[in-house]
Structure formats: structure tokens, C-alpha cells
Write a protein that binds this ligand. Structure first.
Ligand code: PEP
Ligand code: MG
Length: 607
């Protein structure tokens, strides 16, 4: 993250915030634009490293109650720890007894209690936030101490803080809905399910420390049209209170304390973007074909039901990827029932009929972790029990989904797709399992369709390498570049520190794509691509050159890709790709692509 605010005057550091001019207070932070759009609001900080802790401003009249709440929690914590201490006894586990004594002492220590009280009273905030603030401030000081004994007390302090927060969770707590006005959520990191919950709620923008463009959290931000900037290392320390701020998702900027002039400029920009979106909608009726009339199927990726409207509005030719795990993530910790699966699949089919709907079976695990489904903690969940591995390891969970899929297939062109396939054996194991499900439905006399096309995500390098073998086993491929790039280049798609190494145009990726596409073509099966690579109109050009004729992307990005491909011929696209395949580095490929695009003017969206 770089700071590019207006240059501070020489002595601005020493002057109080109030003394500084609005221009001096404004601070611009540069991160990674991960979800387009502009959000204007006030910051609410979320610390989810120890559960979700929000800073909730409280009215004056609630402060006494809040103080009582805090003291009640401290008392309860002392009692609980005291009981544990007694059970531990004197001589058994001496060390643990000592730690507990230290914790109980801290919970009585006026130095700690008074400080928390002062924050609640002085800042008029909830007890959780005051505890979090106080313990992290004290902890930083402990850390700097020379005395080893005192430095070691640091852990006690943090433990007591966490304990108090847990106790407070049992006492009526404050909700984000109490905050007035538009909220910009500032956080270290967000899980995909937090992003769903917050984005659907009152949050109008995200400013987060971690996250690359293809992380599931940022994919969700885009699905919910919530502007977001990621890779803002240190922003949670920078933003301490209800700072007014702007999130500029397109340019990857966050502006703290914007001046009136900046606010006005962004409001105008926001209106202009809304008007541009309407112009793009006009592409809905244009056919998706190249200049030489070769049709391209432009389909929609759907994560959440609210995106269905967009799929229609932007003229998607069906759903190329329904990430069904979000059905679970929304209901977490309960599993969706067979009827709930059926209902959503039928809705998808009805909405895009006569076009197809490709439903990907649960891709849980990895970062979309369903902890309660996993018996064990995984050291490295992205390489663990994820996708098809998890679903086959928990067949009872898969059974509900599969029954619903075969039942829904009786109502339209539904296709089943398996995530994270890395071997032919997995496909065969699935087919065996599916046979038992079909038999079950048959015996129960339940309406279903047994002739459902079966496809796989090609997103693990091993699958890419054996694409020719896999092509004999399935009806279609959908290339998942989000993971294929992550696993092939050994670059975590969520890690902002290596975001520049996440290179879709890396020669290794282009070669893999070519091999997968050729393998599908030779076996005469369908092949498409549903990773974020297809959603970037520049990169989509390369994909068409490599021979793809089906792309699936977030619905709102369809117009740009469609507009771009309408101005190009397949022969020039093929030539571009062939030439790029001879190059040695991603930079060289990028330059070639840029040179090509500069010579190929983009037609007007409404032409
Ligand atoms: C992919 O990996 O490219 C993909 C589309 O799946 P997901 O982003 O859900 O992992
Ligand atoms: Mg994937």
C-alpha cells in the first residue's frame, strides 16, 4: 500500500488533527481494485482475528449500561477462571495454576479495568471494541519492554482480552445494524461467508488488507456489486474511528478524510458510472459473435441468487458456473435440504431457459471452509480435503445434492460439473456413486432425468496434463483458471504479497490452455472457461485466439467482453495466440497483446 495524499507541510506531524487543513488531512491509499464501483461512507473496523469485533458508537444514554455490561463480563470471567483454578489444585499442573492466577489478577487489575472504562466512556463505544483497543495498545507496550518477565506477561494480557470477549458474546451484544449511514468495512481479511453477510447487509464498500482479484471474498464482493479494494496492508492501523472515506474499486484507491471537492468529484463519477452501465445494457440484444460471424457462447457465473437478474439483463447465454457451495455458505452451519437444492436449481433453469445451466457440485474446503464438515484441522487446506475430495469423503452430504440435481434435470437443460478433479479415478468413482443415486430415485418412483451431461473443472495442473485422458471420460470441460494459475505457478490467489506473480499470461499457462482445448477438440467434447481470466476483456481476446468459443463470467462484465470480440476476426485472433505461444515471458506476451489491441479499435457498445 502506498500513501499518496497531499504532501504534508513540514510540521504537520506535530499539529493536532483539528489544526490541519482539509487538504492536509486527506490521505490516499493505493491497493488492488478488486470490485468496481465507488462507495462513500464512514469506516467501521472489523477485527476478525479474535472473532468479529466491530466498533459501534453508542449514544450517551447507553454508556452506563455498557459499563455495567463490561464489569459484569469481568466478574463472570473472574468467577469462571476461579472455578477452573480450584479444579487444577495446588500441586498438579503448577504451571497452569500460575497462569490462571495471573489471569485472575489481571481481571482485577484497576490499570486494565480503568483503561477499558475510559475508552468506553471517552469514545462512547461498545465494550468489545474498548477491550480490543486497550489490550492491543498495552500489548504493543509490553512487547517493547526490556524485562523478559514483563514481556512474557503479554500473552496473559492477550488471553484475558480474548476470554473477556467470549464472555461478552454471551451477554446481549451490539450489531452492525446499529451504525447509522453508509458503512465502509475496514478489515484485515474477510471470509467469503462474512462477505456475503456484510455485503448483503448495510455495508456499501470493503477496504481490506489481504486478498487478490481471484480470491472468493473478492468474487463475492463483485457478485454483490459492493465496491472493494484489497491489498491495503496496514489500513486497519491507519483507520481508527469513524473516518469518512471513499472506496474507488476501479482504480484500487481508498481516500480517507476526503475534502468536499473530492467528495463532489466522486459523486459525479458514481453517477457517470451508473449511466455507462445503462449504455452497456444495450449490448444485451447484440449477438455474441466475432467480426467474421463466428458465434461465441457468453455465459454467466452465478454465486448468489441476486445475480440472476443481471444474467438476464446482460443477455447471458445460460449459466456456465453456478457455485453451489454458496447455498451451503448462506445456510451455514446447517446443510441445505434436498428441497432447497431443488428449488434453486429449478429457478436457475426457469430463468435462463432454453439455455443450459451448469451446476458445479459443492466446492467446499480450501478457504470456503466448512469447518464443521471436516473432522480435522488442516495445515494447508487449499491442498487438502477440498472440492470433489471432500464431497466424496462425505457421501451422505453429497447424496442430498445429487438427488436434487437429477430431479431438477427433469425440468430443463441442466449439466453437472465436478470441481478439483485431479485424476480419472475420481470421475469413475463419481459415476459409480451417481448410479446408486439414480437407482434410489428410480426405486422411489421420483421424477428425474438420468441423462445429465457430466463435466469437470480443469483447474488442477495434473488434470491439465491428462486432459486427453479425461476427455474420454466426460462430456465437457470448464477450465478454472483461478485455481489452475494458483496451483501451476505456486502463487496463492489470496495473497497480496505475491499478486504480481499471479500471471494469467505466463507461457506455462498458455501452453496448458492450448493442450486442454486441443484435447477437448480432438475428443469432440465441449470446452469453456469460467475463471476470472475470461472476465478481463483483454485476456478474453487471448482465450478466443487459443480456440475457446465459450466463456463464463460475472454477468455485469459480459457487455465489455462482447463488445470487444465483435470487433475482431478469428483469423487475427488465432494468429495472435500462435505468435504469443512462441514467447518466453508473461511480459513479452502482454506487450504483444497490447500492441495487437492498440491496432484493433473497440467498436462502440451500441453499434
Ligand atoms: C476457478 O478456479 O477458476 C473457478 C472458477 O472456481 P473457483 O473460483 O470457485 O475456485
Ligand atoms: Mg476453482
Amino acid at each position: 500500500m502506498s500513501d499518496q495524499g497531499s504532501p504534508p507541510s513540514p510540521n504537520s506531524e506535530e499539529r493536532s488533527t483539528q489544526e490541519r487543513s482539509p487538504e492536509e488531512r486527506m490521505l490516499q491509499l493505493t491497493g488492488l481494485g478488486v470490485s468496481d464501483g465507488i462507495a462513500i461512507g464512514r469506516a467501521v473496523c472489523l477485527d476478525n482475528r479474535v472473532g468479529d469485533i466491530y466498533r459501534i458508537p453508542l449514544p450517551e444514554e447507553s454508556i452506563d449500561d455498557e459499563l455495567e455490561r463490561f464489569h459484569l463480563a469481568a466478574k463472570q470471567a473472574r468467577q469462571e477462571l476461579g472455578e477452573v483454578r480450584q479444579k487444577v489444585g495446588e500441586d498438579l499442573a503448577q504451571e497452569l495454576g500460575g497462569i490462571l492466577d495471573a489471569h485472575i489478577l489481571l481481571l482485577k487489575d484497576p490499570a486494565l479495568l480503568n483503561r477499558v472504562e475510559a475508552v468506553i466512556r471517552g469514545e462512547r463505544v461498545n465494550a468489545e471494541w474498548a477491550i480490543h483497543r486497550t489490550t492491543s495498545e498495552l500489548s504493543k507496550r509490553f512487547d517493547m519492554m526490556e524485562d523478559e518477565y514483563l514481556r512474557e506477561r503479554n500473552q496473559d494480557l492477550l488471553d484475558v482480552g480474548v476470554y473477556l470477549l467470549r464472555v461478552l458474546q454471551g451477554i446481549a451484544h451490539h450489531e452492525l445494524s446499529e451504525v447509522e449511514g453508509d458503512i465502509i468495512l475496514v478489515a484485515h481479511d474477510l471470509t467469503p461467508s462474512e462477505a456475503v453477510r456484510l455485503g448483503r447487509g448495510r455495508v456499501s464498500g470493503f477496504a481490506i488488507e489481504s486478498g487478490g482479484r481471484t480470491s472468493h471474498t473478492t468474487i463475492i464482493a463483485r457478485s454483490l456489486k459492493t465496491p472493494a479494494v484489497g491489498g491495503l496492508e496496514g489500513i486497519t492501523d491507519e483507520v481508527t474511528d469513524e473516518d469518512p472515506m471513499i472506496v474507488d474499486g476501479r482504480n484500487g484507491l481508498v481516500i480517507l478524510h476526503p475534502t468536499q471537492e473530492t467528495l463532489d468529484r466522486y459523486r459525479r463519477e458514481r453517477e457517470a458510472q451508473a449511466r455507462h452501465e445503462e449504455v452497456l445494457m444495450a449490448t444485451r440484444h447484440l449477438s455474441a459473435e466475432t467480426l467474421d460471424h463466428v458465434p461465441v457462447e457468453l455465459m454467466a457465473n452465478i454465486d448468489l441468487p441476486e445475480e440472476l437478474e443481471d444474467a438476464i439483463a446482460f443477455g447471458a447465454a445460460g449459466i456456465g458456473l453456478y457455485r453451489s457451495e454458496f447455498l451451503y455458505i448462506e445456510k451455514d452451519p446447517e446443510m441445505p435440504t434436498e428441497e432447497e437444492h431443488l428449488e434453486i436449481y429449478r429457478r436457475l433453469l426457469q430463468t435462463v431457459s432454453p439455455h443450459p445451466v451448469i451446476v458445479r457440485t459443492y466446492d467446499l474446503g480450501g478457504r470456503k471452509l466448512a469447518r464443521e464438515l471436516l473432522a480435522t484441522e488442516e495445515q494447508n487446506p487449499v491442498l487438502g480435503l477440498r472440492g470433489i475430495r471432500l464431497t466424496m469423503a462425505r457421501p451422505e452430504m453429497f447424496r442430498v445434492q445429487l438427488r436434487a440435481l437429477y430431479r431438477a434435470a427433469a425440468h430443463g437443460d441442466l449439466r453437472i460439473m465436478l470441481p478439483m478433479i485431479s485424476s480419472v479415478g475420481e470421475v469413475r468413482a463419481f459415476r459409480r456413486y451417481a448410479t446408486t443415486i439414480l437407482q434410489e430415485l428410480q426405486e422411489e418412483g421420483i421424477e428425474h432425468n438420468a441423462e445429465v451431461p457430466l463435466g469437470i473443472m480443469v483447474e488442477v495442473p495434473a488434470a491439465a496434463q491428462i486432459a486427453d485422458l479425461l476427455a474420454r471420460e466426460v462430456d465437457f470441460f470448464s477450465i478454472g483458471t483461478n485455481d489452475l494459475i494458483q496451483y501451476s505457478l505456486a502463487v496463492d490467489r489470496n495473497n497480496e504479497h505475491v499478486a504480481d506473480l499471479y500471471q494469467p499470461l505466463h507461457p506455462a499457462i498458455l501452453r496448458m490452455l492450448r493442450f486442454i482445448i486441443e484435447s477437448a477438440q480432438k475428443a469432440e467434447i465441449e470446452v469453456g472457461l469460467c475463471g476470472e481470466m475470461a472476465a478481463d476483456a483483454r485476456l478474453a481476446v487471448m482465450l478466443l485466439g487459443l480456440g475457446l468459443r465459450r466463456l463464463s463470467i460475472s454477468p455485469r462484465l459480459l457487455p465489455e467482453v462482447k463488445t470487444r470480440l465483435r470487433g475482431l476476426t478469428t483469423s487475427e485472433l488465432t494468429h495472435l495466440a500462435q505468435q504469443c505461444l512462441t514467447l518466453s515471458t508473461a511480459d513479452e506476451v502482454e506487450s504483444s497483446l497490447d500492441a495487437f489491441l492498440q491496432g484493433a479499435p473497440v467498436p462502440s457498445p451500441v453499434a
